[in-house]
Design a protein around this ligand. Sequence first.
Ligand SMILES: Nc1nc2c(c(=O)[nH]1)N[C@H]1C(S)=C(S)[C@@H](COP(=O)(O)OP(=O)(O)OC[C@H]3O[C@@H](n4cnc5c(N)ncnc54)[C@H](O)[C@@H]3O)O[C@H]1N2
Ligand code: MOO
Length: 411
Amino acid sequence: MPEFLKLLTPQNALNLWFENIPFSFPKYEEIKTTDGLGRVTAEDIKALHPMPSFSKSTVDGYAVMAKDTYGASDSLPCYIKLTGEILMGRQPDRMLVAGTAMLIHTGGMLPEGADAVVMLEHTQSSRSDEIEVCRAVAPLENIIQVGEDVRQGEVVIPAGTRIRPAEIGGLMAFGIQTIKAAWKPKVGLISTGDEVVPPESTPTIAQVRDINTYSLEALVKEHGGEAIRYGIVPDRPAELQKVLHSALSECDVVMITAGSSASARDMTSKVIQEAGKPGVIVHGINIKPGKPAILAVCDGKPVIGLPGNPVSALVIAWLFLPALLERMQCLQTTIIKKQIAARLTINFASLAGREDYIPVKLTMEDGIYQAEPIFFKSNLIFNLVKADGLMVIPADANGLNAGDMVQVLFF
Ligand SMILES: Nc1nc2c(c(=O)[nH]1)N[C@H]1C(S)=C(S)[C@@H](COP(=O)(O)OP(=O)(O)OC[C@H]3O[C@@H](n4cnc5c(N)ncnc54)[C@H](O)[C@@H]3O)O[C@H]1N2
Ligand code: MOO
């Protein structure tokens, strides 16, 4: 019986693999903040000054002392002397004194002495030097105070944060043009198989174009790694040995596709085992698709042996590689895979003890997502192209019934 028939759950497989990887603090590089999307910060970033650095209005209206408006209503307005206008981007040229108001615009700097802003809609101006206030304001109403967003010196983006558009905006608010980011792990991609030819060539009748190198390259890029292609290796162990050796010396992670299963030409596990210590950690995971997957460590470097079937290769890589890249870059917050709850449209059988990831089409009915399973074969990439997401059938389920709610993950 091939060794890989001793199947682990995906979570146990991941844990066991990670226990054998010597994670260390990541190398880092200085990058332009504008290039930072998707990168991981390698140091704490602190507020250089309070944000905002001046107190401002959140509405168009009149800066006032709140107490001057107390009791004001539509039936009993109060009258306040208008002493000028605060121009945008300019510091007010005078203090606000009791019993006076100044015209202010959204984002304008509050004059000293003012503690609230009356909205334009709650005033009338019958005379050019006076306003009629029809509604009272409380202190701090319609203003943003100095440091209300963040205090000076506060850690605003901790080390190990994935940079999203919001972080880029926050960094620019401080004028931080460069950041230290964890280096992008280099992921070597090796395709194997005598029948596999490059996409630019025309396959003969029993050949196939290389899908996996390219779908995996895109996945690596999407999850913050740098992909390095090592081409297609024929089904000869010596050839794979040679290419794997180069990839291990040049990359931080290596992914090999195909040759993971049970036949005599499935050499991947053996070649990985001989490429470095401790070698193969997991061969076989209780999952569909992707059961024959291999997780290994060769002299400190993680290696993944993916099934050749393009759907299996992509699903397994999508389940394991992002988690690895996150750990390698010391990401502090696990990225939760985007998912929604949906109602299953039909009865769906599955094997108890095995976690299934089934491609589904999503539609919306009465405000609830409906998940229609695609009866897929893991060799057929367009089964995945046609899917909106992957429905998870947990290991403890012995199939699901039409109407059951399922989680659908977006890959
Ligand atoms: N007797 C058994 N046979 C198989 C088992 C099993 O348990 N017992 N498992 C099946 C499962 S599940 C999978 S998944 C596949 C895994 O196969 P391998 O990893 O050994 O890969 P190959 O056999 O070389 O290829 C499978 C399939 O994928 C095509 N392929 C390979 N590389 C590429 C590529 N880069 N781009 C596009 N397509 C590729 C290849 O031509 C084959 O059609 O094994 C089952 N068999
Ligand atoms: O894992 Mo295989 O992926 O079931 O075809």
